[in-house]
Design a protein around this ligand. Structure first.
Ligand code: NAD
Length: 335
């Protein structure tokens, strides 16, 4: 297989990013784009006149020049489209959130294994150079003992109709956490509210507990006047801030901390450390391009993806547990 024939399902907000990145890769040939909305297809046609467009998924599944599909459609359609694609012998890249249920994810994994096809979860952050840097900093123990992971993902909109803010935004943090921390989470708790939408929560706080007192907290919101994409990790030696909105200094490593000691009268005293701030240089390759190159090389080299079906399933397990916490108001144990 010289170049891999690719089709993209969904040409809404995210699909065009997949089309653009696949189109730029010499190892891929974007054969077709399928969307139910003809206006989205005519937009694709204007940008890429050589790409076939269709509203009929069957046209893609029966096309022998399509070897792989990337699915960027609403959540409810992920499983049926991915299942049909695997049955039609196509490799599959499925956007986050992978599936609506654990059972659906397990069925796709079984099918892909039976057919020796690549099943790939679109966990783009794992391919982000800043996240890869954070993983390296943690594995080199530069932060010392890690106390917490704190993430803020807020903006106004895009309210989804078949997913709440947790299913929309938490997969980013869950996939980052599973990638950067070697240990699995112990428990999850959710606090959330609906304000505008009658069925979907638009604002949520998600708490994930780990061993050794480590915890992660995510503030997720579709109702914020500001666009915030910020992650902080605090440790005993250093603290790290990843600000995706800062185009120049995405990661800052602060030599800051506080120590509590006892004086001679046995009273507690705090001493603060204000050291240097280091801004590590990051390669500016687009994460999605790295992700798609990895997807294509997994197909060609028959490699196991860094974010395969099993990694997709792990995130769906956390999302289902978050749903149980949301409904019960209780912390949900994960083991
Ligand atoms: N990896 C990431 O960082 C990232 C970022 C944004 C969105 N996403 C994911 O991408 C997916 C799409 O999100 P979006 O924001 O582009 O949504 P969107 O609503 O903007 O676009 C979805 C498109 O899919 C089309 N569609 C619906 N059902 C279809 C079907 N059965 N066959 C073909 N086309 C169909 C719609 O007409 C629409 O154009 C979601 O799963 C979302 O979570 C991933």
């Amino acid at each position: 297989m010289k170049t891999i024939g690719v089709a993209v399902f969904g040409a809404g907000y995210w699909g065009p990013n997949l089309i653009r990145n696949f189109h730029a890769l010499p190892e891929a040939n974007v054969v077709a784009v399928c969307d139910l909305d003809k206006t989205r297809l005519s937009h694709v046609q204007t940008l890429y006149p050589s790409i076939k467009t269709t509203t009929q998924s069957g046209d893609v599944f029966s096309d022998p020049t399509v070897h792989a599909v990337a699915i960027a459609t609403p959540l409810a359609t992920h499983f049926p489209l991915a299942k049909k694609a695997l049955i039609a012998d196509k490799h599959v890249l499925l956007e986050k959130p992978f599936t609506r249920t654990v059972r659906e994810a397990e069925e796709l994994i079984m099918l892909s294994e039976k057919k020796h096809l690549v099943l790939f979860a679109g966990h783009t952050y794992v391919y982000n150079t800043a996240i890869q840097k954070i993983k390296k900093v943690l594995s080199q123990k530069k932060l010392g003992k890690v106390y917490y992971y704190e993430s803020m993902r807020a903006n106004l909109g895009l309210i989804q109709h078949d997913a709440n803010v947790i299913w929309d935004l938490a997969p980013h943090d869950f996939s980052i956490l599973n990638y950067i921390f070697p240990t699995k989470p112990l428990a999850i708790r959710v606090l959330s509210s609906r304000f505008v939408h009658s069925r979907q929560e638009e604002v949520a706080h998600v708490f994930v507990r780990y061993e050794n007192n480590l915890f992660a907290h995510m503030y997720l919101s579709w109702l914020s006047p500001l666009k915030i994409r910020m992650t902080m990790l605090a440790g005993s030696k250093k603290m790290l801030v990843f600000d995706q909105q800062n185009p120049v200094e995405q990661i800052r490593l602060y030599d800051k901390g506080v120590m509590v000691t006892k004086d001679k009268n046995n009273s507690l005293r705090s001493s603060y450390r204000y050291g240097d701030v280091i801004v590590p240089a990051l390669d500016d390759t687009e994460a999605l391009s790295t992700e798609l190159r990895h997807f294509l090389s997994c197909i060609r080299e028959k490699q196991k993806p860094l974010t395969g079906g099993k990694e997709g399933l792990e995130i769906v397990k956390l999302l289902e547990a978050a749903d149980r916490s949301l409904k019960s108001g209780k912390e949900i144990l994960l083991r």
